[in-house]
Design a protein around this ligand. Sequence first.
Ligand code: HGY
Ligand code: MN
Ligand code: MN
Length: 416
Amino acid sequence: MAAPGENLRINSDRLWDSLMEMAKIGPGIAGGNNRQTVTDEDGEGRHLFKRWCDAAGLEMGVDEMGTMFARREGTDPSLPPVYVGSHLDTQPTGGKYDGVLGVLGGLEIVRSLNDLGIKTKHPIVVTNWTNEEGARFAPAMMASGVFAGVLDQADVYEHTDKNGKKFGEELERIGWKGTEKVGDRKIHAFFELHIEQGPILEDEDIDIGVVTHGQGLKWLQVTLTGKEAHTGSTPMPKRRNAGLGMARVIELVHEIAMDYQPDAVGAVGHMEAYPNSRNIIAGRTVFTIDIRSPEKEVLDAMDARVREGIDTICEALDIQYKIEQVGHFDPVTFDAGCVKAIRDAADRLGYTHRNIVSGAGHDACWINRVAPTAMVMCPCVDGLSHNEAEEITKEWASAGADVLFHAVVETAVIVE
Ligand code: HGY
Ligand code: MN
Ligand code: MN
């Protein structure tokens, strides 16, 4: 006799169609998406998601960080819900699946339960966390960080983008600042489906990543101040070149990460030079160092070496520096019970799977601090993400959503 839900599968075509529909909002210039947080495009994507939730009979709640919670009632409404979701915001040159697969995979679970007339004891809440990417407004995983009590709401409301616009004002402007107090919701368990954003699963021809851990991250925003001067008439020994300082720090970050292989990573993706004129020596540079490791000791060691190195570089170039930590979370160990539910689901469904450590940060990394949490990953083509060419197959999306389906309904308890 099959156990309740043993043969559950999502509707693969409907999930894929929804992904393609959402991808039309905030299109990029090379086939991906530019739907950055609290832009008009983000607002449009939220409206589409809400229309779909309304059609599925879900009750929508929105908190003061704009996070969207679409609730499917359980037979016992007093029980804490099982949450499932991710984020709809994208990088400026993002892909169609990063985050979106997790939100629409959660919606597809609800749609499939509705089709099958299946009820669960615990309510199920499909979630769209605001500003996971941290590209327009640092830090990443902003709303889930406030929900978990590690970021201060009033503070992040004041964070500005490169045009000086404030996060809180932009959230209000697009009409998605809710009234619910952030973090009041009780979560029975949280599950997030996400593309791997790395090459392991595809290289090993494996369908499912059972995410046991998430690596830790630090974002250090550095401001170097030298002196603007003529690139032609200023003798080399008299220069205080903040551009040269930035170049040396970028090289230093790479070298330090290479000292802790195979797992540590480090790069500088955001960089600004002022006045950014061809024949003026850069008087000021602002850039963000992104260092990560699955081991806290390594992350801390890299942080210390980077700071020390910046001091040495600036001393030699006679330039000043300021270092602000604008993002940080330590390595994460996900809930063993939730991880087991995912692994058992992959087994039951006959998908190949392996344990994996998430290289990227996710909302699950913060929510893991306030509720039992785990993640399901599916492969992506060439492991490419944060690139408009990000691609997955329909089969990978469906396999991931099937496993998510089983883990969620098993935890929410199907009512016969
Ligand atoms: O930076 C990250 O790891 C995530 O994509 N926001
Ligand atoms: Mn993501
Ligand atoms: Mn991302």
